[in-house]
Design a protein. Structure first.
Length: 298
DNA sequence: GCCGAGAGCCGTCACAGCCG
DNA sequence: CGGCTGTGACGGCTCTCGGC
């Protein structure tokens, strides 16, 4: 091909392909500077190592400096420089999350690629209850459950609208008795979505409501104190399982969302790069013509 | 209208890696 | 080291579309 760039690292970030793990992924060549019409000027090209989904590689968005030089036969040859093979291999030792990949891509990239939001809303909600709140659920007459918060202001911010609970089912936070004696502590988040935790009725008095930072937004974990009977243990483990499933459900949703966003981002990049490639080819053609024309006239 | 194929989404499980 | 998180894999469900 006329004026083609011989990319010696087509499937590997390094120009010495054999020294790289086989599953090293695609290299997305991000041309950050369109070469000017100066024939012998080395062209700085930014290359973004892009791991594929299935591969065991890591460190997407690692930028390496690549030089494109003429090889003496009119071909432009890419020669990688900066990162040593060993170091790169070390960097590539773990697959990053889609969020990491995309964020690194976008930070290494010109503006235009949106970062995956760091779940700001969720974090905001968690922040408001992040520290262990010395609050207790207590049953009183008529199944009214009240949480005495050390800092009511924290509890009433974003994540949890209201923390005083009644059994009426109308309040922002309600506790409904289950037939089997289980109590569901239900509350409404700022966005209107419902969250709940199950609490065996007999244990309600002993429950401490706390909000570990690891929980999804607005989820309050009730930690029983003084569980003794096997039945309570079973209920506790069932509760834990439910919580785990719920969190994993949410995590899977988020993961899929990030994955979609990541794929979209890649598709956008492909389109941009195809366009840039076209432009470069055109430019190369015109330069060649110019050069030939000049040679003929001399 | 019925049926099968294919695509897309979801929940769950398993597992690797991270972090306190 | 144990708990948590992110993600691949898998199976089930639903929807759409084309062929009959």
């Amino acid at each position: 091909m006329d004026g083609s760039i011989d990319d010696k690292s087509e499937d590997s970030p390094s120009s010495s392909g054999s020294s790289q793990p086989q599953n090293l992924s695609t290299v997305v060549h991000t041309i950050t500077a369109v070469p000017t019409a100066i024939p012998n000027q080395p062209v700085q090209v930014q290359s973004v190592i892009q791991p594929t989904q299935q591969s065991v590689i890591q460190a997407a968005g690692q930028i390496q400096t690549v030089q494109v030089e003429e090889d003496g036969e009119g071909h432009l040859v890419r020669t990688d420089t900066d990162i040593g093979i060993e170091k790169r291999r070390e960097i590539l030792s773990r697959r990053p999350s889609y969020r990491k990949i995309l964020n690194e891509l976008s930070s290494a990239e010109a503006p235009g690629i949106a970062k995956i939001e760091e779940d700001k809303e969720e974090e905001a909600a968690i922040t408001s209850i992040q520290t262990t709140i010395p609050s207790y659920v207590q049953t009183s007459a008529g199944q009214t459950i009240q949480i005495a918060a050390a800092n009511q202001n924290e509890l009433t911010t974003q994540g949890l609208q209201t923390i005083t609970m009644t059994n009426a089912g109308q309040g922002a936070v309600t506790a409904a008795a289950m037939p089997a004696g289980t109590t569901i502590v239900q509350y409404t988040q700022g966005d209107g979505s419902q969250q709940f935790v199950t609490v065996p009725a007999g244990e309600v008095q002993a429950y401490q409501i706390r909000a570990p930072s690891s929980l999804p937004a607005g989820v309050v974990m009730a930690t029983p104190t003084g569980i003794t009977s096997p039945q309570q243990l079973a209920e506790e483990s069932a509760r834990k399982r439910e919580l785990r499933l719920m969190k994993n459900r949410e995590a899977a949703r988020e993961c899929r969302r990030r994955k979609k966003e990541y794929v979209k981002c890649l598709e956008t990049r492909v389109a941009v790069l195809e366009q840039q490639n076209k432009t470069l080819i055109e430019e190369l053609k015109s330069l060649k013509e110019l050069y030939c024309h000049k040679a003929e006239t001399e």
